[in-house]
Write a protein that binds this ligand. Sequence first.
Ligand code: CP
Length: 361
Amino acid sequence: MYRDNPLKKISWHDFQKLTPQQKGVYFLREQRPYHVLTAQQFDRPMLERICDLTTKIRQIGKTKGGIRFLQDLLSEKRAMLYFVQPSTRTFLSFYAACQIVGIEPAEVRDTTTSSEVKGESPEDTVRTISSYFDMIIMRHPVGGFAERIAWLLSNTNRPVPVINAGSGMDQHPTQALLDIYTLQRSFEDKGGIEGKAIAFVGDLARGRTVRSLAMLLLLYTGVKQYFVAPESLQIQDDIVTLLKEAGTEFEVCGDFKRVIPEVDAIYMTRIQDEWDRSQESRLVDTSKFHFTAQHLTLLKPDAILLHPLPRRKEIAVEVDSDPRAMYWRQVRNGMWVRAALMLAIFDRGGEIDRYHEDLVS
Ligand code: CP
């Protein structure tokens, strides 16, 4: 199944010289995702396929027979969840998604329990993991580390798929997939994501979920993106350049209250002060970028409120019960989207299609 291995055909030196857009094809096998490392590796048909599989799996998973069918699909596989940065949702949703499709999950969450404390390099540690498991799902503080590992393993005699579950400040592609799924479901009867106005709010300089989703939204025509943040936390130039190159409409501003009634979706984020060098976040007043219960009156009746979570004070808890608050649904969607992604990686989508067809006929 994995005879075609594009990362084996390029040196690490040459691979590093490619743009993120150029790298995308190296992560695919037969037009399907194999490694999942960046948002830019996805095109629109791939997104549609993952969303379609996700909806089918959710429906199949409603019956006992369907649950058993799903659990049988990848029951010969084992996955390592190598999470050396804190996580609640991504870790647990991948763990639960593995269980849904029958994959046996194992975990390393603390490198002080591994031989890294004896001086083993992270690269050797992950190569060791690949000897025992069929897939590596990793969260790592170093941007680009998952890419390095994917290249490294692809050049061994036991390549396994690598999923980036959050790397440095740059990418969180599977969060972007679940965000797209949530947007698509929310706007299903309202013309889809096309033509919608979407505001990103908060720490946009260091929020990897924002960066990944902003890139995926470029695949939908007529979407206007707003970046609403204090000046020191505004979206980085590389994303602005991508938006300009794509000819997409966007606005960078600091007036949250003005933007609220103009948009169809608001994507709130917290201050990412774990990346502070000297507690500089303390100097930034973010209170004007919090969504309060009073702001609900400004929000369009059919707009939605998203947040990758965890949150601090940027969305008041009283907002949770408003039907436009979608962030708890995002949490649940993450599990189904990640299950669909793993089935796509191991080429089991056709079996989902056939089972679903029987179910609805
Ligand atoms: N959204 C997200 O990545 O959450 P966790 O950090 O809890 O995984």
